[in-house]
Structures are given as C-alpha cells and as structure tokens.
Design a binder for this molecule. Sequence first.
Ligand code: EPZ
Length: 418
Amino acid sequence: MSGEVSISGAKNAAVAIIPAAVFAEGPCVIENVPTEISDVSVILRILSDLGAEVKMLNKNTLRIDCTRVHKTVVPYELARQMRASYYMLGALLGRFHTAEVSMPGGCNFGVRPIDQHLKGFKALGAEWSLENGMINVSADRLVGSQVYFDMVTVGATINVMLAAVKAEGLTVIENAAKEPHIVDLANFLNSMGADIMGAGTDTIKIHGVEHLHGTTYAIIPDQIEAGTYMAATAATHGDVIIKNVIPKHLESITARLRKMGVEVTEYDDSVRVTCNGPLTKTNVKTMPHPGFPTDMQPQITALLTLAEGTSIVTEGIWDNRFRYVDELMRMGADISVDGRVAVVEGTGKLIAAPVKATDLRAGAAMVIAALAAEGTSQIEDIEHIERGYEEIELKLRRLGAQIKKIVIPDATTAAKAL
Ligand code: EPZ
C-alpha cells in the first residue's frame, strides 16, 4: 500500500458527543462526524426518535437541535443495535431526571456488565430498575457526589459525566478512564458551558451548572482507525502517510510498531509509516489508555502472524476477545490461546481463505490479514466492520489495495424471487 489516507472523526467520541447534545438549549454544530458508519447512524436515529432535529450541513458536519426532545424512552429496536445507546441513560437522566433504555448490544467479547454505571447514577441520587430487558433510571434530584469506580471503565466514566453535568454541586469521579474520547466529550460539554476539570487524568471534577448552550465543535480523529491503517501498511510492507491524526494518541501503537521494525515518522497532524524489512516478534499487553488499546489487539495480532518468531499477546481488558483467532488460523496463522493470552508463532506469511468478521476490530484484523495474504480472501459479515470504519473500501483502494464489497442477496429474498 502506498499514498495518503485521511482519518475520520473518532467513532467512540462521536457516539458519546452526539447524545451529549441533548443538554444544549439551542443548536449544536458538530464537525468531523464519521456519518457513514452505522453506529453513528443508529445514535442519530435514536436522537431523532426522541424529538431532536438533525440536519446534515455537509458530509461530516451535523446540526443537532435537541430543544424539542421530549421522550425519555429509547426504542428497544434501536438501542439493542449498539453498545453506546446506553449513553442516552446518562444524558436523559441528566436533563430530564428519568430515562429508559434497553440493555445494550455491541461487540460480543464476554460478559459486559454495567454495574459501575448504575453505581455512579445511584451515588448522584438516582434509583434504577430492570424490567423486560429495559433499564429505568430516575431521580427527584441529582446531587453531586464522590464516585469511585472499581475498575477503569470508559462507558461508566462517560455516563456518570453526562449525568453529573447538571447535578447540584460537585461530582468527583475517581479511577476514571483517560481515553482521548473522554477528554473530547469533556471539551465538548465545556464548550456548551459545563464545568468539568481533570478529564484525561484519573480524577475528573464536575461542578453542576444549570444551563448549557449550543456550540460548534469538531470531533477528534479516530485513534483506532489510524492504528488500523498503520498496521495494514506494515502488513503490506507499504509506505503510507496517515493524515488528520493526533500523533500523541498513537504513541502506544507507534512504539509497538517500531519494536517490530516498522519505521514511523511523526509530523504535527500526520504520521508516515514505512516498512521495508522483515517484521520482528514483540509482546503486547492491552491496557486502559495510555496503554496499548484493546481495540487494536486483533489488528496487531494479525500483524504478528506475519513476523518472524514467537510473540505473546495479553488481553488486559476483556475476557473473551480472541474469538477471531480461529479465522486467522484458516489463513495459515499459528496461534494458541489460553484465556486472555495468545501465543503467536509468526510464520511470516498468510494464505487467502474465506473468513468471517466476528466483531468490529476482528473484522479489521481480517482485512489486514487478507491484504497481506497470498491470493484472494473473502470476508463475510462485514456489517461489523461498517459499524466503525468510514469508507474503508474506498480508502484502501486509493492506497493500492484490491478490495471490493459484494452484496450477496439474502437467501430468503433470493428464494422468494424465484
Ligand atoms: C469502550 O467500551 C469502547 N466502546 C470499546 O470499544 C473498548 O473496547 C472499551 O471501551 C475499552 O477501551 C465505546 O467507546 C463505545 P469499559 P466499554 O466500560 O465502555 C468492565 C470498539 O471496538 N466493566 O471500559 O463498554 C468490562 O467488563 C469498542 O470500538 C464492568 O465490569 O468498555 C471490561 O472488562 C469495542 N462493569 C472493562 O470494565 C461496568 O459497569 C472495561 O470496559 C463497566 C465495565
């Protein structure tokens, strides 16, 4: 692969920032929104259903006016399609003191509890109940409080930040997640008049305010999309300039790639990735930010199958995030998994095969493996990939990849047509 690719706005920031627009007493203009990914379409459909006016000003800029939002129940059919629908709990609770959302969907990598979210809401004075798969939270008053998370959790940090933004007094979140999208959400809320300090550290302080106003705000570039193109470049021994990134957000990925013999040059808002020689083994352990991101674990594992020697990949966040390994093995990879540890015997090459995208980042790993493999691979269930990668087919094709999306008519439709 060679040439230049421009990175879209961050999915995991967009799916938190869009619900946060609920607080604005006036329109918000949000720029750099990855509008073509399905998780963003779903969260926008949720807001519209609740009564928001959503207008596309151009391909990546939205005007969202939540003044007329009146409903506080998120339809089951929409909520179950994505994990981040549960940010509507924090946002609606914060604005209306009541919210009802179904237990969320999203990628399947083991049990994904939400006890810390509920613990945080409770600390602010809310009650919660679960009925028919719907979580209901409500409060007479929301009062600032001390919230200590038992583990570092991105979702609960975001949800409690949302619920606390208009609560009376001071909320202090301890052991908070520090991911770039946490900082982005805090910056967005602050640009609307919120009073949030410390986002990006493990203690976030939120002084509740009475009113938040409309704003214009640009979402940060997607760290994981950038990392995925970096890994794909390395896998194909390419030379690619990856534009519209914040190199600081990529540091842990850059460090691992350099360890593997990949050259990464950082500029102000781009990185150049070049890979000329063989890839060398390295060990990777995923950790909360600023550690190596779990959302890059499948992609780096795919790359390590192409390296020389034995690498150990340890998953530090999720119990079951190696489901895709069987698919890589169909392409000739030699990987053994024991719980949260994968031992990758680098064979230096992969061979094309029909494979499945078992979830979003696993799908990205299949794309990387297929780009590097000898022959033509077919990846099924690409709807997972479309949840998080804007125009992946076009972007890769411009870099010289041979990739084509094929729509296979569903068997029942085909049968009816006969
Ligand atoms: C976010 O998920 C991301 N999703 C995930 O990215 C990412 O893998 C994850 O953070 C970790 O970085 C979005 O931002 C929409 P967590 P989230 O709460 O918030 C446990 C992708 O590919 N936990 O940080 O659901 C949990 O089981 C997606 O883009 C509890 O026990 O993750 C896990 O082991 C996939 N109780 C750990 O904490 C809770 O109440 C971290 O989860 C909450 C979490």
